[in-house]
Write a protein that binds this ligand. Structure first.
Ligand SMILES: Cc1cc2nc3c(=O)[nH]c(=O)nc-3n(C[C@H](O)[C@H](O)[C@H](O)COP(=O)(O)O)c2cc1C
Length: 143
């Protein structure tokens, strides 16, 4: 199984309805393809972790990459794993609040990555930061 993290920039304004459409479709498709993950959004930036069987994730990634709703699509990190990180989430969703410290770190890093590609040596760190952040979020939700 692989876990993959990408960031991208919205190609236009996204309303609540636009985000709901993406999530609704993603959850239905991902359930069918045994793909799990997490999508984060703030102020024009998408950050998504996808996990599942390698071929299925890669096929999904090329479909998502071609989606006209976003651009500057960049895979930041990919790793293999035996264990799922988001086993309960066909697609978790979190709107970042740049006023909150933990959120603003992830947001700033993602924006910087979009503006100036983070070097390969930093990609593991980037993944760890996003993951630590999404774990905080998941524990809040389950609390
Ligand atoms: C930021 C973003 C994240 C997306 N994430 C997923 C996803 O996790 N799973 C998925 O099936 N589609 C996702 N999509 C939608 C795909 O790009 C595509 O529209 C959809 O998979 C097409 O599904 P269909 O062939 O069943 O109509 C995402 C789109 C965007 C813009």
């Amino acid at each position: 199984m692989i876990q993959l993290l990408y960031v991208s920039g919205a190609s236009r304004e996204m309303s609540e309805r636009d985000l709901d459409d993406i999530l609704h479709k993603s959850r239905a498709n991902n359930r069918r393809n045994d793909i799990t993950g997490m999508l984060m959004w703030a102020d024009g930036v998408f950050i998504q972790i996808l996990e599942g069987e390698a071929d299925r994730v890669r096929r999904l990634v090329s479909r998502i990459q071609g989606d006209p709703r976003h651009c500057y699509f960049m895979v930041m990190h990919e790793q293999t794993s035996d264990e799922r990180l988001f086993s309960d989430w066909s697609m978790g969703f979190k709107k970042l609040d740049p006023g909150r410290q933990a959120d603003s770190d992830v947001f700033a890093l993602s924006k910087a990555a979009l503006a100036e590609r983070v070097g390969d040596h930093d990609s593991g760190m980037f993944f760890d930061i996003v993951l630590a952040f999404s774990r905080d979020f998941l524990s809040e939700v389950h609390a």
